[in-house]
Each structure stands twice: as C-alpha cells, then as structure tokens.
Write a protein that binds this ligand. Structure first.
Ligand SMILES: O=P(O)(O)OC[C@@H](O)[C@@H](O)c1c[nH]c2ccccc12
Length: 272
C-alpha cells in the first residue's frame, strides 16, 4: 500500500508529467566514479533534465548486470562504498533536492544488512522506492512487509519472457510504476535498431496488461533517438550503461562532470 510520505515523490512525478515529454530516469552506481562525486552528479543530473534517479547498490555478484555496470560496481566497491555510505549520500541529496530516488540492488546485501534495518534506514534517509531484480514477486513476502511498514514501494520488473498473467500480477502488486525491461538478458547499451524491433510486441503486451501503474522502459537505450523510439508508448525511460560509459570515458579529466551533464541534456532533449 502506498502511503503519503515516501511514495509521494514518485506519485507526484507521474501525476505532474505532461503529455508530450517522457520521464527520464538515470541509473548511477553509488560511489562511482568516486565516493565524493555521487551527490554532485545526482544534483547536476536533476539540473540537466533528469526526473528520477536509480541509485545502484554495488554488489560483487550482480547476475542481471552487463559488463559496464559490473565495472562501475567493482570500482565503487574498491573505493570503499558501504550501505551506510549510500544512505549518507541519499541524505546529502535530500538536503538540496526532492528528486525521486530509487535504490536498486540485490537481495543478498539487503538480507545481510537486515531487512528491517535496511528499510528503516532507507526510508529515514529519503529513499522513495526499491528495485530488487533478483527478488521474484512470488517471494517478495520477506521484504514486502517491512518495506510497506516503512512506506517504501517495491518496483517490479517485467520482461519479454514475462507471461500476460504474471504481468497482471505484477501490476496488481506494484505501486507507482512498473519497470519494463526491453530485452531478455543483461543490462547494457545495444544497437537501438535491434531493440526497437523486438520490443514492439512486448510493448503491446505491456499496454494490455499493465493498466494500473505507469510504465518505464529500460535496457539498451543510449541516445535521445533510442528513447523516442522505444519509449513512445511508455511514460518514460531509464538509461544506465550509456551514462556510466560517458563517465568512464571522461573521468577524471578536467571538466569531466560538464561533459557528463552535456550528455544527460542530450539524452533528454536531443542534440539540436
Ligand atoms: O544499462 P542499461 O542497458 O541502460 O539499462 C538500465 C539498467 O542498467 C539499470 O536500470 C539496472 C542496473 N542494474 C540492473 C539490474 C536489473 C535491472 C535493471 C538494472
């Protein structure tokens, strides 16, 4: 059940969305490229057109992550990121911004931290929702009760291999939006042409079965043009790997953040 406090940033976002622009959510690994930059990056993303943040909790065994996100996770782990460090980052953002922040991570570190403590800390810090890709909706009971208590909606994923019936179950269980994974497989920038073809049938099924929640599409989007094609019938889109690649190829050169923000503006508005 969504309650007033934490879920309201997500609900508000979709409520105030206007017809002709898409919600843009960016995925960033917490602590990448270094511990100091995460807060400034998030604030800069917001100033450059980003509507929502998915903050990745680095994990050594990330089964759905492609090579780019694995690379950023490893770097963040090397730089000494901790769960408490991530909550601290969220607090840092919350001092200056109301941008919706979703924590994305695997179930193992959450269990290790303690489900209740994790939900409490996340909620206190100002997190608005959770994405746990290796937690199937059928087994979400362990987390759901605590997440619910601390007013943290769990956002579930659907993919092309998700049946119609399961899509409907996920729609029923979700609050806010459903994450539509455009292709089966791991994260990572792909050929846009290829994605938009195979995705058409999937989007059709999403439209038929996900009726209660807003829809965000992710996996393989690397440009404004990709987003326009793939997210045409969705409320918004998510970019991860292409953003991390842009950070990777500019950091730590002088002015690297400005290059990254220019890329972010291009994603949202196009380059002309
Ligand atoms: O990297 P891409 O292809 O732009 O896709 C976003 C994705 O990386 C991000 O949302 C994400 C990171 N780790 C995940 C694990 C499962 C699902 C999604 C994710």
């Amino acid at each position: 059940m969504i309650k007033e406090k934490s879920a309201h940033r997500i609900t508000q976002l979709f409520r105030k969305k206007n017809e002709d622009s898409k919600i843009m959510s960016l995925f960033l690994t917490a602590g990448y490229p270094d511990l100091e930059s995460t807060v400034d990056l998030i604030l800069g993303f917001e100033q450059n057109g980003t509507d929502m943040i998915e903050l990745g909790m680095p994990f050594s065994d990330p089964l759905a992550d492609g090579p780019t996100i694995q690379y950023s996770s490893n770097k963040a782990i090397e730089s000494g990121i901790t769960m408490d460090g991530i909550f601290e980052m969220v607090r840092g953002v919350r001092k200056q911004s109301e941008i919706p922040i979703i924590l994305m991570g695997y179930v193992n570190p959450v269990m290790r931290y303690g489900v209740e403590d994790f939900c409490k800390e996340a909620s206190d810090a100002g997190v608005d929702g959770l994405i746990i890709p290796d937690l199937p909706v059928e087994e979400s009971g362990i987390l759901e009760e605590k997440a619910d208590h601390y007013e943290l909606p769990i956002i579930y994923l659907v993919a092309p291999n998700t049946s119609d019936e399961r899509m409907r179950l996920i729609d029923e269980k979700s609050e806010g939006f459903v994450y539509c994974v455009s292709v089966t497989g791991v994260t990572g920038a792909r050929d846009g042409e290829e994605v938009s073809k195979s995705v058409a049938r999937f989007i059709e099924r999403v439209k038929q079965n996900i009726t209660k929640n807003s829809t965000m599409v992710g996996f393989g989007i690397k440009s404004h043009e990709d987003a326009e094609k793939i997210a045409r019938d969705m409320d918004g889109f998510i970019v991860g790997s292409a953003l991390i690649e842009t950070i990777r190829s500019n950091y730590p050169d002088e002015g690297w953040m400005d290059e990254v923000f220019a890329f972010v503006r291009g994603l949202k508005y196009g380059n002309n």
